[in-house]
Ligand binder design. Structure first.
Ligand code: ZN
Length: 658
């Protein structure tokens, strides 16, 4: 554990809140301290209100903010006097507490204060930092955890037994803290949950956190439980499993009532973990800190037997719901983490980002489980405690806030020719509607053209079957299936009259524009058939189909070929609930082939300016890649739910087509 504090950066801070932002971000940058919205921080500041009266304000992390990226507006200002008064109440329900916090802020537009606001308020220090440090939860999730914590820290920390976060924890702290606190106390350990540090200034509080966590890490090292041994499992990485994964994803989606993404990672660390002899015990204990249950559920699914996982989940729900404070309704009973001998660790989410967050959390959980096991035994909280957090009304509210979801949330699209032009525009249009997108292109630029957990760019020659199969395998391991296919890759050869058209030039165009599409359709068909909401295909043909031009025989025939292919597929695949529609774009000039030079010479040959040439259609309008892509995306959506086998021009109107 190293302090990341920089005097130079700290000096840039204008005031105490700036420093709070700065050191919160330092904590957030270290994934072994907090992950994805976990942890919280605060600072107590005395300031004047509009009447000129002085008051103490607690600036505490607002919910929905991530420490790594927090900014000043991410801290909710709550009046200290009221928080301290609340801490003296005997009882306060969760929703009452949230109401009190929100109605005693000094900025109406501030985010909802952290549910730990009262706890932060009663700790008598200016700066308070709270994390779920891996090393600390590793030690506290062992049978001897309490003794170990006392050995490591002595009076440096106050220790609280596990207690439900929120008002109950604040109450417990209000009672216990004054009894245990000593002169040398610099922090507080919450068993099976995390750790607090505090200080008179931002640096002191932050560096005490680093120091305390460093002590925990050193203890694990002294116990020879730090280094994780790897046995190097051998799994055939070329064995294609994409149909199994897509089937699992379909079942998962049906059982959870909405399309879900599944991301499999068969890295060595994951395989090693899954192949341990004790995996049946150590993976079935529970999360490292209760907060994680919202993302990961209490237990991972071991193997691929979804029905028995769901049955177990129902049992878990039934046996704990009756002890719950309020009436609860069962959440979707499907797993968020899957451990499979061959496929590795699978993580499930309604979006690619959610699945990636689960993957991050479980990656840390594996380290925690293995180190705790090396310390003696990994022992998580009893199921009832985890249940109480999973079904806590405030946590439910958090999820609802992130929810809603765009039209293609949880769905996967595959776009060919995705590195530029119409293909890239299609990727963007689908992503903007919530889809995770696999982009294929022969140009390796496709790999880096967009960033984010919801995009996978793969270099791929779509005319080679092996490339396609490999790309589908990678794509399905990343997202779980393919629901939408946009067949856009194609070449536009130089103009040539038939009398001069060589068989090689003809074949080349057919190979890419026609044959490759047949192959992709054939290989993707089993996946489209498993799309939870039905498969959709958009074929990018051309105005040249209804209105061919001289000199473009090969191109026009290839596009006519895929148009006919799409019509036949619409007939054959309708029974599998797969819809196929075709677009006929024309004069889309914002693509790589249309340089200013080419445009100018074309315009001149028509006796037009470039601007006139670009609008040479009935509506006198310019057609962009974006226009075509938006229509392609809509064709995959509910607007076209009852349409298949159709052909639609997107050309500004053409008298020969009309
Ligand atoms: Zn916490």
């Amino acid at each position: 554990m190293k302090s990341l504090w920089s005097q130079e950066e700290a000096q840039q801070c204008q005031d105490e809140l700036d420093l709070r932002v700065y050191s919160s971000r330092l904590l957030g940058r270290d994934k072994t301290l907090v992950l994805h919205g976990g942890g919280n921080t605060s600072v107590k500041i005395r300031e004047k209100n509009i009447l000129g009266e002085e008051q103490d304000i607690l600036y505490v992390k607002g919910s929905g903010w991530d420490l790594e990226f927090i900014e000043r507006p991410g801290f909710a200002p709550v009046r200290m006097a009221h928080l301290l008064a609340l801490a003296r109440l005997r009882e306060l329900t969760d929703s009452q507490m949230v109401n009190e916090l929100k109605t005693h802020m000094t900025v109406a537009s501030a985010p909802t204060p952290s549910v730990e606001a009262i706890l932060h308020a009663i700790l008598p220090y200016k700066y308070v930092d709270h994390t779920h440090a891996d090393a600390v939860v590793t030690i506290t999730n062992t049978p001897n955890g309490l003794n170990s914590i006392r050995d490591i820290y002595g009076d440096k920390v106050v220790v609280l037994p596990y207690c439900m976060p929120g008002f109950d924890l604040a109450r417990l702290c209000a009672e216990e803290f004054p009894k245990q606190v000593k002169d040398e106390t610099i922090g507080m350990v919450l068993m099976n949950h995390g750790i607090f540090s505090f200080g008179d200034n931002a640096q002191e509080s932050y560096e005490r956190m680093i120091k305390l966590v460093d002590m925990a890490e050193n203890y694990i090292k002294q116990q020879k439980a730090w280094t994780l041994l790897h046995t190097n499992q051998e799994i055939d990485p070329h064995k294609s499993r994409y149909k199994d994964i897509a089937q699992l994803r379909k079942d998962l989606s049906l059982k959870s009532g909405r399309p879900m993404l599944v991301h499999f990672n068969a890295g060595l660390k994951n395989l090693d973990f899954i192949h341990r002899e004790d995996i049946g015990d150590i993976s079935q204990e529970g999360p490292a800190t209760p907060d994680h249950v919202i993302r990961t559920k209490r237990l991972p699914m071991l193997g691929l037997d979804l029905d028995s996982y769901i049955e177990d989940y129902q049992d878990y729900f039934n046996s704990h719901a009756s002890s719950s404070k309020q009436a609860v309704t069962m959440l979707d009973p499907t797993p968020r983490v899957i451990l499979d001998h061959e496929l590795g660790v699978g993580t499930v989410g309604a979006t690619a980002k959610d699945a990636a967050i689960v993957a991050d959390i479980y990656d840390h959980t594996i380290d925690i489980i293995l180190r705790a096991t090396a310390l003696g035994e990994y022992r998580a909280l009893p199921a009832q405690d985890i249940f109480d957090v999973e079904y806590w009304e405030l946590e439910q509210a958090k999820l609802k806030k992130s929810g809603g979801g765009p039209v293609f949330a949880g769905q996967v699209a595959l776009v060919t020719g995705a590195a530029s032009g119409i293909g890239l525009a299609c990727v963007k249009a689908l992503r903007a509607r919530g889809a995770a997108v696999i982009g294929l292109d022969i140009d390796s630029k496709v790999e880096g053209v967009l960033q984010g957990p919801d995009y996978l760019g793969l270099t791929c020659d779509v005319s080679i079957q092996q490339h396609i199969v490999r790309a589908l395998d990678k794509g399905v391991r990343r997202f779980g299936g393919v629901d939408m296919l946009v067949l856009n890759a194609g070449i536009f050869p130089r103009s040539r009259p038939i009398s001069e058209l060589s068989s090689e030039a003809w074949q080349e165009v057919m190979q890419i524009n026609l044959n490759a599409n047949l192959m992709i359709m054939r290989e993707t068909y089993p996946l489209l058939k498993l799309a939870p909401q039905g498969g959709r295909v958009v074929m990018m043909a051309s105005k040249n189909v209804p209105a061919p031009g001289p000199g473009a025989a090969a191109y026009s025939v290839s596009k006519a070929g895929i148009t006919q292919l799409a019509r036949v597929a619409a007939l054959e695949w309708g029974a599998d609930n797969i819809r196929i529609n075709t677009l006929h774009p024309d004069a889309v000039f914002d693509t790589a082939i249309w340089t200013e030079e080419v445009l100018k010479s074309r315009a001149e040959s028509y006796g037009m300016t470039v601007a006139e040439y670009k609008r040479k259609n009935i509506l006198k309008t310019e057609v962009s890649s974006h226009d075509v892509a938006e229509l392609a995306a809509e064709m995959c959506g509910p607007l076209f739910a009852k349409t298949t086998g159709a052909q639609l021009p997107v050309d500004g109107g053409n008298d020969r087509v009309i």
